[in-house]
Design a protein around this ligand. Structure first.
Ligand code: DGT
Ligand code: CA
Ligand code: CA
Length: 569
């Protein structure tokens, strides 16, 4: 799958052009990159059908460039731009307060090419003197570097998913591959993936390794051995592949699924029972007692239930399984609707009708239309109150016509600095479910920010707080606020907290969910700005599962009928 690889290249072209103040083109490249990133189909298949130009945002020019890259493995235009600006814009762009433009300025003035150069320059206070930069922005960059570095080499779960699927598909076609499982953090559905770990059962590991080390182009072989090989794919993702025999497949799966902390706890349990656990099996006095399947190993260790990979973080799952008290995790089929979506009325790309059709095709009973409303946010094409009311009327009309899907009237309103909402109660009253979120002034003292969020929840019309912590994975820290206090206030006011399913948000994250699950209920919302984003549900759901959520913890597992009773619409 070259989708991500090509999207990244186009984004980079857009950044370089933007930094040079080229008009229009950066936007065109960025739009094309975004559509390619979101394609559900392999771009190679589209190219083979000669249909690149059917991809939204891809015209003749960009289409020809993609063709060139797919044909030759190179793009001359890109290479030329990169020679001019040999800068790691992807990494630098992740630093808060540093867009591509400013990154290029730093290259021109200080020859900063990557995060290490940037760090050195900040430490020597070389940046504060430059035009357009001050002491404050230097400070901000300093803070942003750590975060960008941390996430630098990790890939979002959503980006790794199509790559992993394709890789598994190719490997499964090989006759010598008897069994295959992708393990590691990917199987645990962690929000970001450091590398992919693939486990294979085969009697001919040599053949598997030969095939694997030629599986992608461009590809770097990091290690090639008889039972373990590692490569770096064209997308930049590292893959570790290990071959095991049938009799230790289960124990190897356990070991390489991790987490490390889960493994350590299991190994201790084994020792306490005078056994030894490794990737090769569970042994008692050098004799193997289990290893073929995971459940067999768990059972022999005294566990009553198989532990779903999402729970393997040593947060009490082993103790729970020993007692037979693991939660029955919420599943995708339990989700009856999406509680966060945008349309053309604000900053979405599709019409209400198109969004409704998508929701219906996903088997949902309802969809909350929560376009941006209010006056505060400077971006996002916020709807003034008369437009909110007009949209409400439109939704009422549509509901009379639509079959098999119910649209709910909502609005994603803004929480002002003092916690008040930028839409009047009179208008909010006309809506079915009202969401509020912070979109401005992210930096406040902990005390002020906590009060701000709680004040918003105290408004009787506010039902849901969207993306409650405001973090963006790898680029923005959560707001500084007292999470426990907010959870208590949510409980007191009957406010729901969102688990936002956008892959770079996943907010609340699994840890917050785990902590709060017995006090508040959560909503799962994809925050779709495009009908295809509704497929992000699985990523939010994974975090809900990692946070031990059962059906009862998630509001949108309710049927339309039961949801209506809660909100009285
Ligand atoms: P990642 O790749 O950073 O997203 O996270 P993981 O969990 O996939 O970590 P990775 O790829 O380094 O290793 C895969 C699994 O192998 C890990 O989840 C647990 C196991 N493992 C790796 N190193 C150790 C270790 O030193 N001790 C134990 N007990 N297990 C390990
Ligand atoms: Ca891994
Ligand atoms: Ca690994």
């Amino acid at each position: 799958m070259k989708n991500l690889e090509i999207a990244r290249m186009l984004y980079e072209i857009a950044d370089i052009l933007e930094a040079q103040d080229v008009e229009f083109k950066p936007r065109a490249y960025r739009n094309a990159a975004r559509s390619i990133e979101e394609l559900s189909e392999d771009i190679i298949d589209i190219w083979k059908r000669d249909e690149l130009e059917k991809i939204p945002g891809v015209g003749k020019n960009i289409g020809a460039k993609i063709s060139e890259y797919l044909e030759t493995g190179k793009l001359k235009y890109y290479d030329k731009l990169k020679r001019q600006f040999p800068v790691d814009l992807e990494a630098l762009g992740k630093v808060e307060g540093l867009g591509p433009k400013r990154a290029i300025v730093l290259y021109k003035k200080l020859k900063i090419k990557n995060l290490d150069d940037l760090k050195k320059a900040v430490e020597k206070h070389k940046i504060r003197g430059l035009a357009g930069f001050g002491e404050k922005s230097e400070q901000k960059i300093m803070e942003g570097i750590g975060l960008a570095k941390e996430s630098g080499k990790r890939m979002l779960l959503s980006q790794a998913t199509p790559i992993a699927n394709e890789l598994a598909e190719k490997l499964r076609l090989l006759r010598e591959v008897e069994k295959l499982e992708i393990v590691g953090s990917y199987r645990r559905r962690k929000e970001t993936i450091g590398d992919l770990d693939v486990l294979i059962v085969s009697k001919k590991p040599g053949k598997v390794m030969d095939f694997f080390t030629k599986i992608d182009k461009p590809l770097t072989i990091l290690v090639k051995g008889p039972s373990k090989s590692s490569v770096k794919l064209g997308s930049g993702l590292q893959v570790d592949l290990r071959v095991f025999g049938e009799s230790s497949y289960g124990s190897a799966m356990l070991y390489f699924t991790g987490s490390k902390d889960h493994n350590i706890a299991l190994r201790r349990l084994a020792i306490s029972k005078k056994m030894k656990l490794s990737e090769y099996g569970l042994f008692h006095a050098k004799k193997s007692v289990a290893g073929k399947t995971e459940i067999e190993v768990y059972k022999k260790l005294g566990l009553k239930q198989w532990i779903p990979p999402e729970l393997r973080e040593n947060m009490g799952e082993i103790e729970a399984s020993l007692k037979g008290k693991l939660p029955k995790l919420v599943e995708l089929k339990d989700i009856k609707g999406d509680l966060h979506s945008h349309t053309k009325w604000s900053d979405g790309r599709d019409t209400i009708e198109e969004m409704a059709a998508m929701a219906k095709s996903l088997g949902y009973e309802y969809l909350l239309i929560s376009d941006h409303g209010g006056t505060l946010a400077p971006v996002a094409n916020c709807m003034p109150e008369n437009k909110i009311l007009k949209q409400g009327k439109k939704i009422d009309e549509l509901n009379k016509k639509l079959k098999g899907i119910r649209l709910l009237k909502g609005s994603e309103t803004n929480i002002k600095n003092d916690g008040s909402i930028d839409v009047s109660n009179k208008t909010l009253k006309t809506l079915d479910i009202v969401t509020a979120a912070i979109h401005t002034k992210f930096k406040m003292s902990k005390k002020e920010m906590t009060k701000r969020i709680i004040t918003a929840m105290e408004n009787e019309h506010i039902d849901v707080i969207a993306h409650p912590t405001g973090r963006l994975i790898g680029s923005r820290q959560p707001y500084d606020f007292d999470f426990d206090e907010v959870v208590d206030a949510a409980k007191r006011t009957g406010t729901f907290l969102e688990i936002n399913c956008q892959p770079e948000r996943l907010d609340l994250n699994y840890f917050h969910v785990f902590k709060a699950r017995n006090k508040v209920k959560f909503t799962l919302g994809t925050d779709a700005h495009d009908k295809n984003h509704m497929n992000y549900m699985e990523f939010g759901l994974a975090q809900a599962r990692r946070g031990w959520c059962e059906k009862k913890h998630i509001l949108n597992t309710l049927s339309l009928k039961d949801l209506r009773k809660v909100f009285k619409f």
